[in-house]
Design a protein around this ligand. Structure first.
Ligand code: DX5
Ligand code: ZN
Length: 218
């Protein structure tokens, strides 16, 4: 009921070339782009916000799907600006809001898809009550904040549980995912695969993207 999609994270690319990096990833066969927004408060790092997203949308054209990974303390604040900038999906953290239901409603009213993320310390049972109202669940496989960290194997039980309970839900994994760890993700039932350094740092991103997709589609 779901398909395998690969979404490079451009966090570990040369940030002065984000537009051309996004274009390059699409040319290398990416299914979507995973864009990491950090506010220096929810996570100890800062990246970019909606003005950058608006520029990226102009660089890549209307088609590519932008999955906004909102690692910010006040996710309510950026729903409308991100929609106006050309975001396709708004993925917020369960830990960042006291009213997920209202936020889900606001995201839908802004005509974006809804993603709900959990950090490694948050249980999947806390996400479950919202699963029927969202388009995608994001199970973080590192502590959010930085690219290039080590994949946390013990998050896979969250993915398999979600897959068993919600057979048609899109389930994304993010953090330390690459050729060495993709098989665990695929086996657990993840179908939206974020990969940052493994794709961006490769001499041959096209082959890495193809390899990841094959592993999940099997
Ligand atoms: C981490 C970000 C990830 C990160 C993934 O907080 O959410 O999207 O860029 O990078 P890798 O694949 O290098 O762990
Ligand atoms: Zn991310």
């Amino acid at each position: 009921a779901y398909s395998a999609k690969i979404g490079p994270s451009i966090l570990s690319s040369d940030l002065s070339c984000l537009g051309s990096e996004c274009v390059r990833m699409m040319e290398c066969g990416a299914d979507y782009l995973h864009l990491d927004v950090m506010d220096g408060h929810f996570v100890p790092n800062i990246t970019f916000g909606h003005p950058m997203v608006e520029c990226l949308r102009k660089s890549v054209g209307q088609d590519p799907f932008f999955d906004m990974h909102m690692m910010v303390s006040r996710p309510e604040q950026w729903v409308k600006p991100m929609a106006a900038a050309g975001a396709s999906q708004y993925t917020f953290h369960l830990e960042s809001t006291t009213n997920p239901g209202n936020l889900i409603k606001e995201i839908r009213e802004s005509r974006m898809k809804v993603g709900l993320a959990i950090k490694p310390g948050t249980t999947v049972e806390e996400l479950a009550p919202w699963a029927n109202q969202i388009d995608m669940a994001l199970v973080m496989t590192v502590e959010p904040g930085f690219g290039g960290q080590k994949f946390m194997d013990d998050m896979m039980s969250k993915v398999s549980w979600l897959r068993s309970q919600f057979p048609s839900l899109d389930i994304e994994v993010d953090g330390g995912v690459g050729p060495d760890t993709i098989h665990k993700c695929a086996e657990a039932g993840a179908n939206m695969i974020v990969s940052g350094s493994a794709v961006i740092g490769s001499d041959d991103p096209r082959s890495v993207i193809a390899l990841l997709r094959t592993a999940v589609a099997e």
